[in-house]
Design a protein around this ligand. Structure first.
Ligand SMILES: [Zn+2]
Length: 336
């Protein structure tokens, strides 16, 4: 599908959202899934230990069909949080974006639960090849000029901590993201490990470095039922990602729904966003495994199953709109 009339690659103006096809007005964002992955790959493994299920043309066809079906279900925008470390290949995502009636937002950041590639040990301030931190340069280039030589600009920063917490390398990634955020205003989404309540550590670390808590989505928060922890994150000002619907191998959808219902009843609908953390292809958990072991871990589960259940349990359409439309818009719209 051609670019909508007048849409060209350029930085977003205030109130616009940066997408793979260029900036669009925030009021066109519509129902948005804020934490998904089009493809999760590993380019080195593909060369040396390939997965027989990875066939690029098939994967693109499956993403095009899946995103087109999502549009028919009412979803208008998907944020693809596949950053380097997860096999980001912007050309392939662009070829999907050109063929679907849905908006895709690309992200920058670095995905590592503990250590960075060796390159980063040798490059950076005070290192053998002394100079500015290349992570900061990468994030700023992705946001301001385009990802990997393309004209596609990133509209979201993505960082992570997992069971190992904020290791020295993870601290470096978080600091670089805080710097890039400070210069551009682009919001930050995290991958957190709620079992160790480390969303609070992310929040404290980033806010100490100048990030406003209300520009942060603490991702994977739906993996826990610890309401005190979740309320603390939101009372501090952040939005939480109830973003793994369908990932029933970690927590059942029924229990994920129950947590959202309780928090809506407590008045937190303006601090939650909904998504799946699903992918059309992942080298880590290939399609055949997903089909057998996690059949509901798909990007249409919220539209098909979760929204009707939330309505049945008393969540109003206004609150659903907050979580699906207004909260993502508040975060994704470019700020002055
Ligand atoms: Zn993710």
């Amino acid at each position: 599908m051609p670019l909508p009339a007048g849409r060209v690659a350029r930085p977003p103006g205030v109130g616009e959202v940066q997408t793979v096809r260029g900036p669009m007005p925030g009021d066109e964002l519509g129902a948005t899934l804020v934490h998904e992955h089009i493809f999760v790959r590993n380019l080195e493994l593909e060369q040396n230990l390939p997965d027989g299920e990875w066939r690029p043309a098939d994967a693109v066809a499956s993403a095009v069909a899946g995103l087109t079906a999502l549009h028919e279900l009412g979803i208008r925008t998907v944020v693809d949080l596949t950053v380097p470390g997860l096999g980001r290949d912007i050309g392939l995502v662009e070829s999907v974006a050109e063929r679907v009636p849905i908006n895709i937002v690309a992200a920058t950041g670095w995905y590592t639960p503990n250590v960075l590639p060796l390159f980063f040990q040798f490059h950076g301030p005070g290192r053998a090849i002394d100079g500015p931190d290349p992570l900061v340069g990468l994030f700023l280039r992705d946001i301001r000029s385009g990802i990997a030589g393309s004209s596609v600009r990133a509209g979201m920063l993505k960082v992570m901590t997992d069971v190992d917490g904020i290791t020295p390398d993870v601290a470096r990634v978080l600091s670089a993201a805080a710097t890039a955020h400070g210069e551009t205003g682009v919001p930050i989404t995290t991958h957190s490990h709620p079992a160790s309540r480390n969303g609070l550590d992310q929040q404290a670390f980033l806010c100490d470095r100048g990030v406003r808590a209300d520009r942060l989505i603490i991702g994977h928060s739906g993996d826990t039922e610890d309401l005190d922890y979740l309320r603390e994150l939101m009372d501090n000002g952040s939005t939480i990602g109830m973003d793994r619907f369908g990932m029933e191998q970690i927590l059942s959808d029924d229990r994920r729904v129950q947590t959202v219902v309780r928090l809506v009843e407590l008045g937190y609908a303006d601090r939650m966003v909904l998504s799946h953390d699903a992918a059309f292809y992942s080298h880590v958990t290939p399609p055949s495994w997903r089909a057998a072991a996690a059949p509901r871990w798909r990007m249409d589960t919220i539209s098909r199953h979760i929204l009707p259940t939330l309505r049945e349990r008393g969540v109003s359409d206004a609150d659903l709109d907050r979580m699906l439309i207004h909260n993502p818009r508040r975060l994704l719209e470019a700020v002055a």
